[in-house]
Design a protein around this ligand. Structure first.
Ligand code: UD1
Ligand code: CA
Length: 448
């Protein structure tokens, strides 16, 4: 059957106490709504319709092409919200999956199971339910003595007896579309002046049409976010989920609770993560690496067998067998070739270090191209910025840069050349020659 999806996101989220629309608050670096969009997309394979209202422009702008948007203005309840999707979806699918943008823990597999119920059972409504002692304001599921669902009662309208019911409505449904669009129009206005989507359940039952339920095994999946406390709880659960998956895939975590891995990250087998490691954005780590402790890596590709100790990396590429740290900083455009060694307090920006290059202590390389097997002495600095422009530095293969050399760019150091300690290099140095002093002068030709 064809399935389309509606994600509700028009509510204000007052309890977040925020200028940012609720569904844009970040969880593991991605807007809350991303998780619902992703789960739904995996199940339906079609672009979901997102119902927006509060902060509509910001939501649309931030989430972009991931959804088709319909505006709900004013917001007259969940039933009214789904109604807004009718002009876009009517006649397009057999089933309509409805979920909320503020439930980031709902798994695609769970939605898939719900859709399977809707596909195989005759009733117009299939819905998830959850058993929980803490009702968190959820509507209660009402059942007949024979177990058939008879309706949903909102917490505000529930009797003392009904409040004790532990089977709750998380708000995730799969409807038969022909029935849905027609029934939505018949929802009565509630005493609060809203159209409740939940009223459809009682309506179907009154028409003698069955309502199918699927009880979710893990209540944590149904956490809806209303406050920043919920946000933190949800993020902790998401992190746990991601970490478990990586451990099952062969990654060792010394302390999973302090290991932070965002959803876009990829890790190779037999890599070891020490505590307080943050892997962010589009980061890829190869096999057999040892990362951390206290390491932050963002949008960086790391090859196999690399060791990164107490370092910060962003927008960098590391080939295999790179050994780095403690306390290194790689910035955008840093490329460390196979077998590079970088010792403590090094910074590299927009520079390539050739295979086997070594940079042991306290150095800065910016806008530099460094050949294979070059040795960068302690305290070497590329003076790449004159206050207005940035200039390149080139260091040829096998060169030996003496400690505390200042390379005043633009400048080229030839292959196999050497600089003396404390040299201030303002002019190119030819291959295989030794330059010393301030400003540096060639004093000797070297053996090849
Ligand atoms: C709703 C359900 C309740 C369920 C609970 C689960 C109804 C009437 N009640 O209650 O049974 O247990 O969710 O969280 O459906 N929204 C809109 N437009 C609106 C109103 C809401 O888009 O006019 C969106 C909100 O942004 C939110 C979702 O729908 O994502 C749920 O709205 P909310 O007001 O939180 O519903 P509840 O009253 O909690
Ligand atoms: Ca709610």
């Amino acid at each position: 059957m064809n399935i389309s999806a509606v994600i509700l996101a028009a509510g204000q989220g007052t309890r977040m106490r925020s200028n940012l629309p609720k569904v844009l608050h970040l969880l593991l670096g991605r807007p809350m709504a991303w998780y619902a969009l992703e789960a739904v997309r995996q199940v339906t394979g079609t672009m979901p319709v997102m119902v927006i209202g509060h902060g509509a422009d910001e939501v649309r702008h931030r989430l972009g092409e991931q959804a088709e948007y319909v505006l709900q203005e004013p917001q007259l309840g969940t039933g009214h919200a789904v109604m807004q999707a009718e002009p876009v979806l009517r006649g397009k699918s057999d089933l309509v999956l409805v979920t909320y943008a503020d439930m980031p823990l709902v798994r695609a597999e769970t939605l898939g199971r719900l859709v399977a119920v809707a596909e195989t059972q005759p009733g117009p409504i299939s819905m998830l339910t959850v058993m929980a002692e803490d009702a968190r304001g959820f509507g209660r599921i009402l059942r007949e003595a024979n177990g058939q669902v008879s309706g949903i009662v909102e917490e505000a309208q529930a009797t003392a007896e009904q409040l004790k019911i532990q089977e709750l409505n998380p708000g995730v449904y799969c409807f038969r579309s022909d029935w849905l669009w027609e029934a939505l129009r018949r929802i009565p206005l509630s005493p609060k002046g809203e159209y409740y989507l939940t009223d459809l359940v009682g309506m179907a039952v009154a028409e003698g049409r069955p309502v199918q339920t699927l009880c979710v095994e893990e209540p944590g999946e149904m956490i809806g976010i209303n406050t920043r406390i919920h946000l933190a709880e949800a993020e902790a659960l998401l992190r746990q989920r991601i970490n478990r998956e990586w451990m099952l895939a062969g990654v060792t975590m010394i302390e999973p609770a302090s290991t932070y891995i965002e959803p876009g990250v990829r890790l190779g087998q037999d890599s070891i993560l020490w505590p307080d490691t943050y892997l962010r954005g589009n980061t890829q780590i190869g096999e057999g690496c040892v990362i951390g402790p206290n390491t932050i890596i963002r949008d960086t590709k790391v090859g196999d067998r690399c060791t990164l100790l107490e370092s910060v990396l962003e927008g960098a590429v590391l080939e295999d067998d790179v050994d780095m740290g403690p306390y290194c900083h790689l910035r955008k455009g840093a490329h460390l070739s196979k077998g590079v060694h970088m010792g403590n307090f090094g910074e590299v920006k927009n520079s390539t270090l050739g295979p086997g290059a070594k940079m042991g202590h306290f150095s800065y390389l910016g806008d530099a191209t460094v050949g294979a097997e070059v040795n960068i002495g302690a305290g070497t600095i590329t003076c790449n910025y004159d206050g207005i422009h940035k200039y390149p530095t080139e260091i040829g293969e096998g060169a030996f840069i003496g400690s505390d050399t200042m390379l005043v760019a633009p400048v080229k150091i030839g292959e196999g050349a050497k600089t003396g300690a404390g040299a201030v290099v303002t002019k190119d140095i030819p291959p295989h020659s030794l330059a010393v002093g301030v400003p540096a002068r060639v004093i000797k030709k070297l053996e090849k």
